[in-house]
Design a protein. Structure first.
Length: 610
């Protein structure tokens, strides 16, 4: 591993942290990986490529049809008696063929457009689903250090940018490349001298295209980075709008937003100006090429060296020649932009989860709830130990509480039980099995966790209790809500359990959100209950309901509690006092008071505060 990667590992916590800290240069081949998504649609692609060849053939034939009509039926030699009749019939045939070519072009182009748009959307849906599935598999450490706006940008803006490759670029890139070769071949076959005159300015276009590609790619990358910054800012500050308004920082945040918005504007305007310069200059070159052709070809027509029909065909082909060149340049720029977005997507996809299930996991069913910490050492990064040689055993059905100052390691213990992080030393066992040998899904299904900051999803109350587990019936939802006292306020709502829930449950009080989370936990019937400050910040009106709900929720379950309010844990079977990552004291409430140590000081401090 390079020194730079080692440095990023130390600072940000492994591969997940490196991706979150900065845009890592993608070392793979993004195009090949994108094409892998095209493999199931190969038949559709081949059909579209075949239709593109038909389109090219019809486009090349149209000027030739008009050339033949001019040379044979307008300027051609006819006997006096048959001149009008033959010319009129010939022109009708030429018009019919030309109309047929136009109809064929329309049908082929529409078919290709429809097939590629549909295929592109199907592929993008697959990429988006794969990316979201992968993001769900990443560990908590990744989300600790990755801005939400950055992930959202990958799943939306970057995926949409990749869509252009399949929906618009792939077939058109092939079509324009073949079209240029076909035009050159037809023009050389018609008249070598006029063809070489027409190609005189093509090298200039090639140089311009190379410069344009380079500048446009740089401009696009800057624009994408600025957009990511803006999305990250919006995601963070919209979520924290209450805090911004509480401290009256609207003006300052508006100024900060204006700066980021102006930065995105400058990047977008630079990208726009590059395109605005390239198109007119390329058009000017095509006009100059047409002037050269008319200057030389016109003289040849007057001398009879070139027919009028052939001269018309060359004028038509000049326009057709520079259009695909211009499109190719723009398509290459868009392709590079899409590749840049694909590299960001695949960098995220290649971010390896720090946790993996065992190759042959051990199944423990049903889980009874015996938990054992055996000389556990844990640090979020490096050797900054949060837990130091922690050992304890919790028997099924026991109620254990952890107390201590902020940063003592209480919440870390709760996170480790669900294996949201892996320990560095020691072992954690559930029912005698090391949790690293268990399937995380099975382990977490047996753990119900209620936190201080309850998260409710947009939807209704029933969906927030069920969490898309269709095995939980409406009756079970009502029973769970009744058991934990949540039904006391839900039944008073206009729509009951169908009452809409706003984002994060903003229209409910903290106590009501907590009661819904209790009902959610009870409905899933876990063997192990984890309460992380679950009774903190509760309003007076629902405090008694919360206490009753907690008591009912703990019945028959192994319960692990973390609380600063010691009054909520006094009836625990065992209280463990954490201090600087170690268990300093353990015992019942009364035993700890009699010891006269850290717990007694905490208790007396809270008693004096009250």
């Amino acid at each position: 591993m390079s020194r730079e990667k080692q440095k990023k590992d130390r600072l940000f916590g492994g591969a997940e942290g490196r991706e979150a800290a900065a845009e890592i240069h993608y070392e793979g081949n993004a195009i090949l990986r994108l094409m892998a998504y095209m493999k199931p649609h190969l038949k559709t692609l081949l059909i579209c490529l075949g239709l593109a060849l038909v389109v090219i053939g019809l486009d090349l034939a149209r000027p030739l049809l008009i050339r033949d009509a001019i040379d044979r039926y307008i300027t051609g030699d006819f006997a006096p008696g048959e001149m009008a009749r033959e010319r009129f019939a010939g022109l009708l045939r030429a018009a019919a063929l030309y109309l047929g070519a136009l109809v064929g072009l329309f049908l082929c182009n529409r078919t290709v457009f429809w097939l590629m748009q549909r295929t592109g959307q199907q592929i993008i849906e697959g990429i988006r689903n794969d990316l979201f599935t992968h993001v769900e598999s990443l560990t908590m450490r990744f989300f600790d250090i990755t801005p939400v706006g950055k992930i959202v940008t990958r799943l939306t803006n970057d995926v949409d940018a990749v869509n252009d490759v399949f929906a618009n670029i792939l077939v058109r890139l092939f079509e324009n490349s073949i079209r240029i070769v076909g035009l050159a071949a037809v023009m050389l076959a018609l008249n070598v001298r006029l063809a070489l005159i027409s190609f005189a300015l093509v090298p200039v276009v090639g140089v311009m295209t190379f410069v344009f590609r380079r500048l446009s790619r740089e401009a696009y990358q800057i624009t994408r980075s600025r957009l990511t910054d803006l999305n990250t800012f919006l995601s963070e500050h919209l979520s924290g709008m209450r805090l911004i308004q509480v401290f009256g920082r609207e003006a300052q945040k508006k100024e900060e937003f204006d700066g980021k918005s102006a930065s995105l504007f400058r990047a977008g305007f630079r990208e726009l100006m590059i395109n605005a310069v390239f198109r007119p200059v390329l058009y000017l070159i095509s006009v100059l090429a047409l002037v050269l052709l008319q200057r030389s070809g016109g003289a040849d027509v007057l001398t009879g060296a070139v027919s009028i029909g052939t001269f018309y065909a060359f004028i038509s082909y000049i326009g057709q020649l520079f259009d695909p060149i211009q499109e190719l340049a723009e398509q290459f720029a868009t392709l590079q932009s899409a590749i840049a977005s694909a590299e960001k997507i695949f960098t995220l996809m290649d971010t390896k989860p720090l946790l993996h299930d065992a190759a042959e996991p051990v199944s423990v069913s049903p889980i009874r709830g015996r938990i054992e910490f055996d000389h556990v050492w844990f640090a979020y990064q490096g050797e900054e130990w949060v837990l130091k040689d922690v050992s304890f055993t919790i028997e099924p059905g026991q109620r254990i509480a952890f107390v201590g100052a902020t940063g003592a390691g209480k919440s870390s213990i709760l996170n480790l039980i669900g294996r949201y992080y892996d320990i560095q030393k020691g072992a954690i066992r559930v029912d005698g099995v090391d949790i690293r040998q268990m399937r995380r899904e099975e382990l977490r299904a047996a753990i119900g966790q209620v936190q201080q900051d309850v998260f409710l999803f947009t939807g209704d109350i029933a969906s927030n209790i069920r969490l898309h587990d269709e095995e939980i019936t409406d009756e079970q939802i009502r029973e769970a809500a009744t058991e934990v006292n949540a039904a006391r306020f839900i039944d008073r709502l206009p729509d009951g359990y169908a009452h809409p829930v706003a984002e994060r449950g903003a229209t409910f009080s903290a106590g009501q959100r907590q009661l819904i989370s209790f009902a959610r936990t009870l409905a899933h019937d876990p063997a192990i209950l984890v309460l992380d400050e679950a009774t903190a910040n509760i309003d007076t009106e629902t405090e008694q309901w919360i206490q009753e709900a907690v008591e009912r929720l703990m019945q028959g379950r192994t319960t692990i509690m973390v609380a600063h309010r010691l009054s909520t844990i006094q009836r625990a079977d065992c209280i463990m006092v954490m201090h600087h990552g170690r268990i300093r004291e353990r015992g019942t409430h009364q035993e700890l008071l009699e010891q006269g140590g850290i717990y007694k000081k905490l208790y007396e401090l809270q008693l004096s505060d009250r």
